[in-house]
Design a protein. Structure first.
Length: 289
């Protein structure tokens, strides 16, 4: 009896979480209703296969994901490439898996784009224009364009542009340029291409003038003190989905063909872009100004 009590005490105070309900954060890369519609079937599938209840929570904006993750005691999140890189450095989170897109890629790229009738075709021609970023905590929507601008001699966006602002989501940045509310926009190619299928104007009226290196798609990563067996269970379900007829159906709804294993090493291109953008990941003010 004494041995059992000692084991229980050890489990309680060891700092390892053996939760049967996990709260998973989602970043607002699209309209929040679209986000929940996309992820709910995946959560239901994971619950069915693991008996671990999944509760998704959509964050109001990219820049507060680190604070929210800590303050709201989230267990994991589908991190964007940059928020994932930040969380690896600040929180020590452990990447588990990320989806493979229908085009066969488990990565995405950042686009810088303008209206097709725009004379802007280079950084110099962007001078005194209006640019729409997504959020300071996004690779495609801020870090890549800032790195690109710095490589072309622009170190102060405040003085270079007539105006810059943050839209909060990739689709909003795309429509900002489409509707001529901004002259230059930045977004991830997966959202751009998806919207192009839904709205022909995106393909017909916008032109991409710069593309980033490939970075990891939004992947699931967990707190480092979540029990190893739970993390392995989640990873196993995700990696084996494409071999299960029910899993294939859920993947189709999710917009992926399968999940692949993900590690910290996959974020190397993000770390490199941050360096080129002059960003110190350990001391970064990722709240929009």
């Amino acid at each position: 009896m004494r041995f059992i009590i000692l084991i229980l005490v050890f489990l309680i105070f060891s700092g390892v979480s053996h939760a049967t309900e996990l709260t998973i954060g989602l970043i607002p890369e699209q309209n929040v209703f679209k986000q929940m519609k996309k992820y709910k079937p995946l959560g239901d599938y994971i619950e069915k296969k693991t008996d671990v209840k999944i509760k998704f929570t959509i964050l109001s904006r990219y820049g507060n994901i680190i604070e929210s993750f800590k303050q709201r005691n989230m267990d994991g999140a589908f991190w964007g490439s940059f928020t994932g890189a930040l969380a690896i450095k600040e929180l020590g989170i452990q990447p588990i898996a990320r989806p493979v897109n229908p085009d066969g890629n488990s990565t995405y790229k950042g686009y810088i784009f303008v209206h097709k009738y725009s004379v802007i075709d280079s950084v110099e021609r962007m001078r005194h224009s209006i640019i729409a970023f997504v959020d300071k905590a996004t690779t495609a929507g801020y870090v890549f364009p800032v790195a690109y601008l710095r490589e072309h001699g622009v170190t102060d966006i405040k003085s270079f542009f007539k105006e810059y602002y943050f839209t909060g989501s990739h689709d909003a940045a795309i429509y900002a340029v489409l509707n001529k509310e901004a002259e230059v926009g930045c977004a991830k190619n997966t959202i751009f291409d998806k919207l192009a299928l839904e709205d022909p104007r995106v393909k017909e009226d916008l032109k991409v003038i710069a593309t980033s290196p490939a970075v990891p798609s939004n992947g699931l990563a967990m707190r480092n003190n979540i029990a190893t067996e739970i993390k392995k269970k989640l990873q196993k379900v995700l990696l084996e989905m494409d071999g299960d007829p029910e899993g294939k159906k859920v993947l189709e709804e999710f917009g992926a063909i399968k999940f692949v294993e993900t590690t910290e090493n996959d974020y190397a291109p993000v770390f490199d872009l941050a360096r080129k953008a002059g960003i110190d990941l350990k001391n970064y003010n990722y709240n929009n100004e």
